[in-house]
Design a protein. Structure first.
Length: 444
């Protein structure tokens, strides 16, 4: 039996669909959700094969839900529900990969035919392709877990140069801004009313915060965010010089989601720091400002004298990457530019052979039988870092594929060892001065 998720903001439609005889077409209803964000959380915990979703819903509509599903769960098939007035949206949904659409009011024969065809389509898919999708999803989840853990540590403690480089590599992050500044956001409902939130509701709040900030913050390439699952507080890291302007612009955007959270949000802003190693100091100052903020729905900056008690850590982070030309060129000149060290030669050869998947400094160090800190020092002595060398190998291969094949960008992303196309584009543009699409277009 294939698993089905029903997503519609109208209770009558959800219950009507759920009561239909799905077993006739080899399908069983796994659950029902009232909007897209709730559906995404459900899918994360309950694997499904097919989603039937309305187009018009609050917080996240059917088109946005389908885009998210395509990115995170490419093997899930989507059927769209629409009214006659939404026909253009239904056509757009088909362009985004929906396998069919149904018009309201529903006709049972059409429902039967549509889902019988959907079940047959699922049966016809090759098992190998399905396995590849699962493996890709596991890699993406691993990257997300590693990024979240690195951000937690980055915001809470001082990290060494090696930890910073390894964290950026594992979590597919770039920390190369001129200044860094942190803001903390918190639900006023929890902070001021003394409301007790149930585990299920709190879990949805945290999940929703995480997904919304991915779009509103990370997606705009301002910086990164981390949500503390225990407290529900959201930490927002900016790498832009006008950070406070971006923070101020973020707060009003929550009004769209006020019905979801049943609350306004307040925040505190920490002072700006010049090194990734000092980001935790800005986060501490932001928390102090939030604690002193007694006005709902506002942002407050660190209070005078608060920052004086937070002494900055020494500036320990050297530039983790070289310029585009220098970084790519190093690979071809390494033999003449550095003394021969057989451990380093072996490590670089291992990287060349395994760059097309997730690769850590620890794994490479184990292959050449040294500690991670020793290999890190060997790379640094040679004038490179582990991350800059790995990146140069991956990007050189990406440029070869962009110029010599017709592979799609996301396919190239996977072949050179990345899981996040947005991160790949950011790194590629930093090194070459162009996006992958611009690079390919110029060559042709």
């Amino acid at each position: 039996m294939y698993k089905l998720l029903i997503v519609d903001d109208e209770k009558e439609i959800r219950e009507g669909l759920a009561s239909w005889t799905w077993d006739q077409v080899g399908i069983e209803v796994e659950g029902c959700c009232s909007h897209g964000l709730e559906a995404l959380q459900f899918v994360e915990e309950h694997p499904v094969d097919i989603v039937i979703t309305d187009i018009r819903m609050p917080f996240m509509d059917g088109i946005e839900l389908m885009r998210s599903l395509n990115g995170q769960y490419p093997f899930i098939r989507v059927v769209i529900l629409s009214g006659y007035s939404d026909f253009e949206y239904a056509q757009k949904a088909l362009q985004f990969g929906a396998i069919d659409y149904l018009l309201k009011p529903l006709q049972f024969q059409m429902l039967h035919d549509t889902f019988a065809k959907a079940a047959e389509r699922l049966r016809e898919e090759k098992q190998a392709e399905f396995r590849m999708s699962v493996l890709k999803r596991k890699a993406e989840l691993l990257t997300q877990v590693l990024r979240a853990d690195f951000l937690r540590r980055l915001l809470q403690e001082r990290l060494s140069e090696m930890d910073l480089e390894q964290g950026c590599s594992d979590g597919e992050m770039l920390l190369e801004g001129a200044r860094y500044q942190v803001a903390v956001l918190r639900s006023d409902r929890l902070a001021f009313s003394g409301a007790v939130m149930g585990d299920k509701e709190k879990k949805l709040l945290v999940f929703s915060l995480d997904n919304i900030l991915t779009d509103l913050w990370d997606g705009k390439e301002i910086g990164y965010h981390w949500v503390n699952r225990q407290t529900g507080e959201a930490y927002v890291l900016s790498m832009k010089p006008d950070a406070e302007t971006h923070f101020a612009e973020l707060l009003p955007l929550w009004r769209k989601y006020r019905g979801l959270f049943k609350s306004t949000f307040s925040g505190g802003i920490g002072h700006s720091v010049g090194s990734p190693a000092d980001i935790y100091l800005s986060a501490q100052a932001a928390s102090a400002a939030l604690s002193a903020n007694a006005e709902e729905g506002t942002l407050s900056t660190v209070q005078p004298g608060t920052a004086q008690n937070l002494r900055p850590a020494p500036l320990i982070l050297a530039s983790m990457e070289h310029s585009a030309t220098a970084a790519i060129a190093v690979g071809s000149r390494e033999a003449e530019a550095e003394p021969v060290n057989m451990l380093l030669v072996q490590a670089k050869q291992y990287i060349r052979e395994h760059y097309d998947r997730s690769l850590t400094l620890k794994e490479v160090a184990e292959q050449v039988h040294v500690s991670g800190s020793h290999l890190f020092a060997l790379f640094k002595t040679s004038g490179q870092t582990f991350l800059s060398f790995l990146t140069s190998i991956r990007l050189q291969r990406a440029m070869d594929l962009l110029s010599g094949t017709n592979l799609k960008i996301y396919e190239i992303v996977e072949q050179v060892g990345y899981t996040d196309p947005a991160y790949f584009t950011e790194v590629f543009k930093k090194y070459t001065g162009r996006t992958p699409y611009e690079y390919r277009s110029k060559l042709r």
